[in-house]
Design a protein. Sequence first.
Length: 420
Amino acid sequence: MSWATNRTSGNWCAPCSRPPTDRSSSCARAPPACSSLRARSSVGPLRWIGSSVQSTFGSSGPRVIERVESLLTAPAPSAACGIALKLLDAASAARARLTDPSDAEALHDFRVAMRRLRSTLRAYQPQLAGLVPAKLRRRLRELARATGEARDVEVQIAWLERRRRELPPGRRAGVPWLMARLTQRRERAYQDIRERIAPKFDRLARRLRRALESPPAPDATLPPSLAALIAELLLDQGSDLERRLALIRSAGNHVEAHAARIRVKRARYLLEPVVREASPAGPVLRRLKHVQELLGDLHDLHVVIARLGDAAAEAAAERTRRLHELAVGGARATAARGPKPATSGLLALARVARATQERLFRRLVSRGLARAVPAELAALAAELRPPAGPAVTPVAEWPSRAPARPPRPLPARYRHRAGA
């Protein structure tokens, strides 16, 4: 018995034939087993469960075996919908954990899931343009950026807690004051996320889910596979990343380093959903993660140094203001509660941050970690690109008319006349 393949949904099904019209069969009115163009257009986004599913049309009908299609060989639009839906599920699950004050990783997971979802929608925008409008993508971008304040404060608090132990006790003046201010900012940022951003995300998630679960528009041409699309995107991202990395010449090129980090992150998010099927992507993905961490640490240190500079100026101003109140208030002036503002500890931490930044930059440059990434992306793209079909020798066209024959030589009896 021969089998036909549905190239859109990835299901293996029996040849075109209706099941028996026995009244006892529950599928007596079922359509033909193989789908037409109209039936294919109603197929929703693919879902991969990692196993084969067997189904029957009843006791006497032919058996239909459905095989879950490989993610890399699936059509790019359906595969992109499936990846985006999975990331949306992860973001919704992390959002539900935001109400638990004891869950310290909820905000981090929520932000990462939103970043991955946003990056996926951006990468596959041409394939999802008919499903996800630009307005929904802009709202997702705004919500992701709104959580950046909480993330930056978390990074600064974690860095201060690690590094302040490196300072002698007599040189930590001002650090408790800054920690108290950052803790207050973090609580306000958390409250804003729970009360304002989370409800907006809930509404956006419902609209995104409806859009991604809607059937794709019918396409008369066979869409490219996800592997072919990823290969094309990796080539573009590798070339762009190579240009960005060439602009990083010192630890002070923080803008260029941040732009390169974004390109590395996009390539990483592109490969993560397919790393189990594409084994060559594993080492490349680990390299991308390492480079992203180094570039991310450089960016975070730049933010910390700027924050320490602002804090030193604020501490000096507040300390001067307190001294002024004591000078003009006399006995009525009361000492302020809480940690006292000071600058010596903040300036000492700024020097530590700067030295760490230089050390990370030398590590990034000396080992050539980042320089090898564009070439690795290009090599991986060549492996992911589907092989070209066999060369077909073109068939010569029949001439419109027979070619002209060469002129025959004149008979001997006419040659003397022609010569005359």
